[in-house]
Design a protein around this ligand. Sequence first.
Ligand SMILES: [Cu+2]
Length: 189
Amino acid sequence: MKKLTVFLIALTVFACTKKKQEEEVVAVIEPVVIQETLTSKLYTLSEKGIDKEVGTITVTDIGEAGIVIEVVGSNLMPGVHGFHIHEKNTLTPTTSADGKVMIAGAAGSHWDPDKTGLHLGPDGNGHRGDLPALTVMEDGTVNAKITSPKIFIKDIPGKSFMIHVGGDNYLDKPTTLGGGGARLYAAPF
Ligand SMILES: [Cu+2]
């Protein structure tokens, strides 16, 4: 379901020879930049769990600057969709006490390691999992690249990226969690 790729960007080794009679050779290894990438498939969600594959999400480590999230897909519902990192990577439905089924309920809510309990969008100091809303084109394709300075690659495993039916006003009012409503697509990591 997920794949870990490690790119060795630059490994430069050069030897310098000391101009001494004994001809001592010293190998100097330059700093190595390792760029880590995590990839997972994006699935449609239903009351039965995950359904068909509609794309991929790739997360690239950019060091202290955070991560770059790349969403590529097709055959999605056109429009603006709330997009967040949810707490868990389990996408099974849950049923509440009153019998209501919540699609992908097992994924939990928005990732909130600082325990703010606030949905304030990507620029606010609420859930760290609040990302900019995602736009799917009229032809059903999405090709988005988001840089997230508050999230690091080590945070990603065990969580899921969630795309909701509706948009996101980056507030908890008039409805909670940006108003995106039901969970439509997800990528578990
Ligand atoms: Cu969400």
